[in-house]
Design a protein around this ligand. Structure first.
Ligand code: UT7
Length: 327
């Protein structure tokens, strides 16, 4: 039993900040950001929330799939930046979409989150536990970004992407995923729900110290990504006995254009097979792959019978790849 992606959707805020806007906040330049990351602008929430973006992306995916909200058995939201802790974002999406028959939960695995959420839903569907799943990656990273740290604030953006999955009788491709908790300090963020923050005389929110915003050893994460992503793609191909030449598209988490270029080079593949939209959205963590998938779908780039690989990597550290044949 395999899964069929029968609809995709995405939502990004209309408020846009270009690199010149970032250069007003920290010591950087449009040229540096373009050359070192590929980012030209990012969409930033302006009234939206992680839940509202997730709901809209989910609604669009369901409409395109022709699936009624009541048909959805499972809603899985991958996020590290939800505006709600309780109830979970997925339950809030359920409420918004009136998907009254769905079981709902969130998954937190940062930039590998969508790949892991897709795998989780696929396993439920393949196991016959559920028949229809709505898998969403949604992030408001602007809320977690230290806008005084040029090592991180140049990179991130907000948005959501979604896919509707149904069980079908085709061959099931198996994913390959890894985690390495020992290297977690390379990309970290402490919760503000911490007595040490709450007892501060100025109260919660007073801290602008780095640890309560995203902290990243950019070089270490970069080096990890360019080594591990080609490896996990090769492992995935081997595990499924599929030749690399059979893959039409490599959908990588949009972390940095140079990472995508380096992975393409290491795999000996042309950049044409590696769609990139980081110039428009920046790095949207678990939303980047489903936003990219939806853009490709809407542009008619995905043809029946084409094989694609989705590969995510990031905080944890975590990384993984999944193979899918478009129908
Ligand atoms: O989403 C998954 C997790 N995240 C990632 O995958 C991100 C991976 N890492 C990266 O994308 C890159 O490491 C960054 C874009 C974050 C940084 O790029 P880099 O090429 O690794 O820069 P660097 O930190 O090595 O810094 C190079 C130089 C330094 O100057 P010196 O020491 O050579 O004089 C920095 O001080 O660039 C300087 N620099 C900047 N200059 C202008 C660092 N950030 C900036 C900046 N503007 N924003």
């Amino acid at each position: 039993m395999a899964v069929n992606i029968c609809g995709t959707g995405s939502y990004t805020p209309s408020h846009v900040m270009d690199n010149n806007g970032i250069a007003k906040l920290v010591d950087t330049s449009d040229q540096w950001i373009r050359e070192r990351t590929g980012v030209e602008r990012r969409h930033i929430i302006d009234g939206e929330t992680t839940v509202s973006m997730a709901s809209e992306a989910g609604r669009r995916a369901l409409q395109r799939a022709g699936v009624a909200p009541e048909e959805v058995d499972l809603i899985l939201v991958s996020t590290i930046s939800s505006n709600v802790i309780l109830p979970c974002a997925a339950c809030e999406v359920q409420k918004e979409l009136k998907a009254s028959n769905a079981t709902c939960f969130d998954l937190s695995a940062a930039c590998t989150g969508f790949v892991l959420a897709y795998n989780t839903a696929a396993a439920y569907l393949a196991g016959g536990i559920y028949r229809t799943a709505l898998v969403i990656g949604s992030e408001s990273l602007s809320n977690l970004t230290n806008w005084r740290d040029r090592g991180t604030c140049i990179l991130f953006g907000d948005g959501a992407g979604a896919a509707v999955l149904k069980a079908d009788g085709r061959r099931m491709y198996l994913p390959v995923t890894h985690s390495e908790g020992q290297k977690g300090s390379a990309l970290s963020l402490k919760s503000r729900h911490d007595w040490n923050v709450l007892r501060e005389p100025e109260g919660p929110g007073h801290y602008d110290g780095g640890e309560y915003f995203m902290q990243m050893d950019g070089k270490a994460v970069f080096q990890f990504a360019v080594k591990k992503v080609p490896e996990v793609i090769r492992e995935t191909l081997k595990r499924n006995n599929v030749g690399q030449e059979e893959i039409d598209w490599f959908l990588l988490h949009q972390a940095n254009r140079r990472i995508v270029e380096s992975v393409a080079k290491r795999l000996g593949e042309p950049m044409e097979k590696f769609p990139v939209n980081i110039q428009e959205y920046g790095n949207t963590s678990s939303a980047s792959i489903p936003i990219l998938l939806d853009e490709m779908n809407q542009k008619g780039m995905l043809k029946k019978g084409q094989k694609l690989i989705m590969a995510g990597f990031g905080a944890g550290l975590t990384w993984g790849a999944s193979l899918y044949e478009w129908i």
